[in-house]
Design a protein around this ligand. Structure first.
Ligand code: GDP
Ligand code: MG
Length: 440
């Protein structure tokens, strides 16, 4: 037990940069996690290289052990790549906004059309669905069914005319949307089981006919590594401006998200997680990052460790206060922390009873604090730790160094001793500390 404790304390007090060995060891684990999440190998490699670079520059954290710290960096980087702040659907200046869906058969395009329609309707839009999948006999009916469920109009070719021309249907649909004042049009297209030329050509023709504001590439999260080739084929063949991940209710770890994002550079806008129309949401990069890493527990631990560390710092400060061991270094630290919160006058003014202290408050202005800060900075670390050693000649040196008079230095030192004494008395009176806080 004591061995472990010593080791833990060592990591806690270590300073400087993260070591290469620490980074490499954790990077290996991250690599495995990403591959298990089905992130494509090439993407894993570039990602790990970037992480190592960033981790090398990072200062050793006082709150986390090195492995935790690298994982924290990985998580931040993942969230950043997956979108940072999520992009919103871009709407046309002159309606209708045209959204075209593309992707392999079974990816979830038709279902998504219904989900989008319902989502848009809830946001106050009047969407219209367009059936441009005329490949399979029941595809049109399927879209009509989801349209009805979402309570929106579906534009479809009249039945009985054999296989219609999807480009023609798309064109007529846009005209109808303008006429009937639908402000958003969602165009469902056909997909094949694999990527093929004919499919791409048809999708490109529909795209040229409707000039979409958004082309959404719909991809099944379960296809894992194949997402890279499929996404690339659709980017070359049709081009797209955003990605929708589907079937996230399955057990896929979501590696496809990172792969598609890295390879195409296009943002992920939405996520589908079920067959019902409500199983749909805007994409959340942080949730996806923790799903890909598969280290939800570790991430929670990291958060807790950081919070606990902050608390320990605060406790340590309180302990010092009550035991009369406060140093000028602590004083400076506290002052800087408080000043981060805004002008000191405002801060003190918010305290109850501050009204009667107006005169004193007026003296505590920020310029005065600047001078105090300069004086403490002009001291050596030894002087700050043990202010008793600050004799006459030291006071003169400090005054000259920080551009103040010796009287100001005297003032600060004397008031510091007074304050320290008073705080220790107060702490004793309120019953905390005293014995040195040995509760753990
Ligand atoms: P399309 O061929 O791209 O139009 O795909 P469909 O919309 O027809 O969906 C194919 C199948 O996947 C259907 O059975 C859908 O119910 C199902 N599906 C679509 N999205 C999801 C999803 O997010 N989760 C689950 N579990 N199933 C989905
Ligand atoms: Mg379909």
């Amino acid at each position: 037990l004591s061995d472990r404790l010593t080791a833990a304390l060592q990591t806690l007090t270590r300073k400087g940069k993260l070591s290469d060995a620490d980074i490499d060891a954790t990077a290996r684990e991250i690599r495995i996690a990403l591959l298990e999440a089905d992130v494509a190998l090439g993407v894993v490699k570039t990602f790990i290289a970037r992480i190592k670079e960033r981790a090398k520059g990072a200062e050793v954290s006082q709150a986390l052990n090195p492995a935790q710290q690298v994982i924290k960096i990985v998580n931040e980087e993942l969230v950043g790549i997956l979108g940072g702040e999520t992009r919103r659907l871009s709407l046309a200046k002159t309606p209708p906004t045209v959204i075209m869906l593309a992707g392999l058969q079974g990816a979830g395009k038709t279902t998504l059309a219904g989900k989008l329609a319902l989502w848009l309707k809830k946001q106050g839009h009047a969407p219209m669905l367009v059936a441009c999948d005329l490949q399979r006999p029941n595809a049109v009916t399927q879209l009509q069914v989801v349209g009805e469920r979402a309570g929106v109009v579906t534009f479809a070719p009249e039945p009985g005319n054999g296989v219609g021309d999807p480009v023609d249907v798309a064109r007529r649909a846009i005209a109808e949307a303008k006429h009937a004042q639908h402000d958003v049009v969602v165009v469902d297209t056909a997909g094949r089981l694999g990527v093929d030329e004919e499919l791409m050509k048809q999708a490109a023709d529909i795209r040229d006919a409707v000039e979409p504001d958004e082309v959404l590439f719909v991809v099944d999260a379960m296809i894992g590594q194949d997402a890279v080739t499929t996404a690339q084929a659709f980017q070359d063949g049709v081009g797209f401006s955003g990605v929708v991940l589907t079937k996230l209710d399955g057990d896929a770890r979501g590696g496809a998200a990172l792969s598609v994002r890295e390879v195409t550079g296009q943002p992920i806008l939405f996520a589908s997680n079920g067959e019902k129309l409500e199983d749909f949401d805007t994409f959340h990069p942080d949730r996806m990052a923790s799903r890909i890493l598969g280290m939800g527990d570790v991430l929670t631990l990291i958060e807790q460790a950081e919070q606990a560390f902050d608390q320990k710092q605060a406790e340590k400060a309180a302990e010092k206060l009550s035991s009369g061991q406060l140093t000028l270094e602590d004083f400076l630290e506290q002052m800087l922390a408080v000043r981060k919160m805004g002008p000191i006058g405002n801060l003190l003014g918010m305290l109850p009873g501050a009204g009667q202290m107006k005169d004193q408050l007026a003296q505590v202005d920020d310029k005065h604090l600047d001078r105090l800060q300069a004086i403490i900075r002009g001291m050596t670390p030894a002087e700050r730790a043990d202010p008793k050693m600050i004799n006459g000649s030291r006071r003169l040196r400090i005054a000259n160094g920080s551009g103040v008079t010796v009287r100001e230095v005297n003032d600060l030192v004397n008031r510091f001793f007074e304050a320290r004494k008073m705080m220790a008395q107060m702490a004793g009176r309120f019953g905390f500390g005293g014995g040195g806080g040995g509760s753990k």
